[in-house]
Design a protein around this ligand. Structure first.
Ligand code: F6P
Length: 605
């Protein structure tokens, strides 16, 4: 049918069938042959795709016959419909009236969820089943924020995971309390007040987004007085310069955050920072023991020790059952954030996440905010053909939320094979991007209003972290900000017709330029005030949205094999660079077999 074809065309765009004839493919020749994917009979193959279920096909027909011919402008006049498209939980208010859905669409989406065993799969995740089967791991980031009363509720390989989580959190509290009391001092006896967290990807983006929120939160302002937290992620030497040029090494504590403790960028930056400490204080093992700590997995303990870190006092554990992009509630976030703001504030973040976890696990699907948002995500990308989406927080303090959610979601659901090992034939995995409103309105909103359709999540807050009301202004600055939060979704949904443009006296030759076709979907999320607690709710909500989409699409959202090839090829490239650098011959020529393009550009370099 028509949608089937357009969906297929779309996936072809996202996932080119043939390996691109680029450097990557060509260099791979050096690393030996790759085995062909296992052959699966076409009929079996189709049976193992969610796209061949009657529930999926009904949604495709419904999209074509009911939704495409309709306009949000009309749907929004129906007050019963609007009434039914609101969900609440613990201060969180979701309004999805401006999504291109009807009550019937939602029924069909819930049928699909049922078909896919969504509730069972959510329970499996919370219960510690090894749902990340390509790595044979459980997926238990929810255990990172489970309460003490849940100790003994989840076991993996006979180990009480919530008990272990609380052991680590207790250690984080003791360590950070001692640090902030000045009981832990640097090598030269000075009190340490600067914290540099070295890590990349999930070991960086989550903690950084949380730090940005707390910087301007009232409790955060008070507790962080006199401390300075920075993040070093990029292996670009300029990032090192920008991070520590004005820091005093004698007053600086370095945290190396790496689950594997092998990530090339993180390890080079960690060695660079260690050298920086040695350059100032002397090449003494004690310098490292007093100024460098680690957040890493148990299996990396030997590497952490070999680096010179005290693995008893200065190492905080991760577990295999937490993916990097889901790790901010564990030591990766707990250590830097508690050092900077105190453990109590970090705990409020965990409490917010826990509140949303319980809602996700227990609320009926029709009232369940992460389930509704996940289903809408599937609807927009797989059935309506919208391949990207934007996250627009009307809160400057959430400026790094879109970057975190981008990694969380795109690394999770940017996949091509379903959990039965079959290549999928439907579009999955949106391109996620975003910036705070109102800045984004003066940047890419032109396209969102008149170019491609990009479903948007608008995030707003009833109260500002810091409102301003100038003497001669009638509305506060926060009201001004929020006026945009309320107006943009309507502008996208309703648009502006040619008649409306003409009625404003617009010259005829400009009328079409000023028309907005509207019918552009969005959801609005309203929260009381941006705090540590609410940030925990937001984090959990988006983590679970991603999981729901992965469950519906039948993906393993918890592995990330797609990041491996580039890393491997960089190793090969480094060998060639080393050979060239070590060569006695001034004009040593790099020759990579069967790869003239990369050979050429590297020689130019
Ligand atoms: O390259 C992807 C990735 O593996 C992410 O999933 C992870 O968060 C990041 O690298 C960093 O990994 P690590 O914490 O092991 O250094």
């Amino acid at each position: 049918d028509l949608l089937g074809r357009s969906a297929h065309a779309q996936i072809m765009r996202i996932l080119p069938k043939a390996p691109p004839s680029t450097t990557a493919a060509a260099v791979a020749v050096n690393s030996g042959p790759t085995s062909p994917p296992p052959m699966i009979a076409t009929s079996n193959r189709r049976r193992q795709l969610v796209s061949s279920t009657p529930e999926w096909k009904r949604l495709q027909r419904h999209a074509d016959e009911v939704i495409r011919p309709s306009h949000l402008r009309d749907m929004l006049r129906d007050s019963n419909r609007c009434e039914s498209m609101i969900a609440h939980h613990d201060g969180v208010y979701l309004d999805y009236t401006r999504q291109r859905v009807t009550a019937e669409t939602m029924d069909l989406l819930f049928d699909l969820a049922e078909r896919q065993g969504l509730r069972e799969r959510i329970r499996d995740m919370f219960g510690g089943e090894r749902i990340n089967f390509t790595e044979d791991r459980a997926v238990l980031h929810t255990a990172l924020r489970a309460g003490r009363d849940e100790i003994g509720s989840v076991y993996v390989d006979g180990v009480d995971v919530v008990g272990e989580v609380h052991d680590v959190l207790d250690r984080v509290r003791r360590f950070t309390d001692a640090f902030r009391a000045g009981e832990i001092t640097g090598y030269t006896g000075k009190r340490m007040r600067n914290i540099v967290s070295v890590g990349i990807g999930g070991s960086y983006l989550g903690p950084e987004f949380l730090h940005e929120v707390l910087k301007t939160e009232s409790e955060g302002i008070n507790t962080s007085l006199g401390y300075d937290l920075r993040f070093l992620a990029n292996v670009d030497p300029v990032d090192v310069e920008r991070t520590c040029a004005d820091l005093d090494p004698e007053e600086t504590l370095i945290i190396v955050v790496s689950k594997t403790f092998t990530t090339a960028e993180t390890m080079l930056n960690a060695r660079t920072m260690r050298q920086w400490l040695w350059d100032f204080m002397g090449d003494d093992a004690d310098v490292v023991r007093r100024h460098v700590i680690a957040c890493s997995s148990v299996s990396a303990t030997e590497n952490v020790r070999a680096f010179g870190i005290d693995t008893n006092e200065g190492m905080f554990r991760f577990w295999d059952w937490v993916g990097g992009r889901y790790s901010v509630c564990g030591a990766a976030g707990a250590v830097p954030i508690s050092l900077m703001y105190g453990y109590d504030l970090f705990e409020k973040f965990l409490e917010g996440a826990r509140s949303m976890d319980k809602h996700f696990l227990n609320a009926p699907p029709r009232e369940n905010i992460p389930i509704i948002m996940g289903l809408l995500g599937c609807w927009n990308s797989s059935f309506m053909g919208y391949s990207s989406r934007a996250l627009i927080p009307y809160a400057q303090a959430l400026l790094r939320l879109p970057a975190h959610i981008q990694q969380l979601d795109m690394e999770s659901n940017g996949k091509r094979i379903n959990r039965h090992g079959v290549e999928i034939d439907y579009p999955v995995g949106e391109v996620d991007f975003g910036e705070p409103g109102t800045n984004s309105q003066h940047s890419f909103f032109q396209m969102i209003h008149q170019g491609q359709t990009v479903p948007v999540d608008f995030l707003g807050f009833v109260r500002s972290q810091h409102d301003l009301l100038m003497d001669n202004e009638k509305l506060s600055s926060h009201d001004e900000l929020m006026a945009n939060f309320f107006a943009q979704p309507d502008a996208l949904a309703n648009g502006k017709t040619a008649e409306e443009v003409r009625s404003e006296g617009c010259p005829e030759e400009l009328v079409l330029h000023k028309v907005f076709d509207g019918n552009r979907p969005s959801s609005s999320l309203l929260f009381p005030q941006l705090s540590a607690y609410v940030t925990g709710q937001i984090l959990s909500l988006y983590e679970h949205r991603t999981a729901v989409q992965g469950f519906i699409w039948d993906l393993n959202s918890f592995d990330q094999w797609g990041v491996e090839l580039g890393k491997k090829l960089a190793l090969d490239v480094k060998e060639h660079l080393m050979e060239a650098r070590n060569s006695e011959v001034g004009d040593h020529e790099i020759i990579i077999a069967d790869n003239p393009a990369t050979s050429r550009i590297m020689n130019y370099y």
